[in-house]
Design a protein around this ligand. Structure first.
Ligand SMILES: *[C@@H]1O[C@H](CO)[C@@H](O)[C@H](O)[C@H]1NC(C)=O
Ligand SMILES: *[C@@H]1O[C@H](CO)[C@@H](O)[C@H](O)[C@H]1NC(C)=O
Length: 239
């Protein structure tokens, strides 16, 4: 062994060369990856069907039409009926089953979620809880529009030490790359619309199962419903 080692004298320089080439190649792959991400970022809006302004108007119309200010079931069916009437089923798939709620833990907050639409570049859900919750918004590459339907959402965005307050009928827009602390004070439900590359948001929504809740049943249903809706949309050509 010792003799073999001394005979391979040029090894150190070969090692440096190999090391150098390895890092050159890694840098090239990394640069290509970044270029690919930048390119994907410039084309994502080709596939948007929904838009934040009309979803905000729809949320306000649902609130105005509700017989009671906290009748979330009425608002949800109003919203889903409007969406299925507005958007042809050949363009976008909407999940009409408003019994399909799953529990969701993310960023320390917990609530229920009903997936109305999920595709690769957009999702629309109702998220909320009748008992209140509080947590981290998560750091996302997608833009997030939180249309408050019932109750109030509060947010904290330092260095502004004043509480941001979003009552029913307002929209809390969290631009991508921004983070806040938020609280759904007591009962609160919102129509949440996100646009961007949605699969990148999934770890935030799912990883608490592995690190904390071990609620594999909710994980199973979340993945089952989201994947089913994404595939339905892909089959329509809705990315
Ligand atoms: C859906 O809601 C929007 C916003 O309130 C409204 O302008 C539109 O007329 C509604 N469409 C249907 C089919 O009800
Ligand atoms: C709606 O979802 C609920 C809960 O997952 C399920 O029990 C029910 O069978 C679904 N209804 C339809 C029509 O798919």
């Amino acid at each position: 062994m010792a003799a073999k080692k001394t005979s391979s004298a040029p090894k150190p320089s070969g090692g440096v060369y190999a090391w150098f080439m390895k890092w050159i190649m890694r840098s090239v792959w990394f640069a290509l990856f970044i270029a690919g991400c930048r390119w994907l970022d410039t084309i994502k809006d080709r596939w948007y069907v929904l838009d934040p302004t009309s979803l905000h108007q729809l949320s306000q119309a649902a609130i105005a039409a509700a017989p009671e200010p906290n009748d979330i079931n009425f608002m949800i069916s109003y919203i889903v009926n409007n969406l299925t009437a507005t958007y042809p089923s050949s363009i976008i798939a909407v999940n009409p089953n408003s019994s399909e709620w799953v529990l969701s833990n993310a960023g320390g907050a917990m609530g229920g979620m009903y997936v109305i639409h999920a595709s690769i570049t957009e999702y629309l859900i109702v998220f909320g809880t009748p008992i209140g919750t509080e947590g981290h918004t998560g750091l996302h590459t997608a833009d997030d529009y939180f249309n408050i339907l019932v109750g109030e959402q509060w947010a904290f965005n330092p260095p502004n030490l004043e509480m941001e307050r979003y009552p029913a009928g307002s929209v809390h827009h969290l631009p991508r790359g921004h983070v806040k602390q938020y609280k759904m004070h007591e009962g609160c439900f919102a129509l949440e619309y996100a646009r961007g590359w949605i699969p990148l948001m999934m770890p935030f929504g799912l990883l608490d199962v592995f690190s904390s809740t071990l609620d594999y049943w909710s994980l199973y249903h979340t993945v089952r419903v989201s994947a089913r809706e994404m595939i339905k949309n892909l089959l329509l050509g809705k990315i």
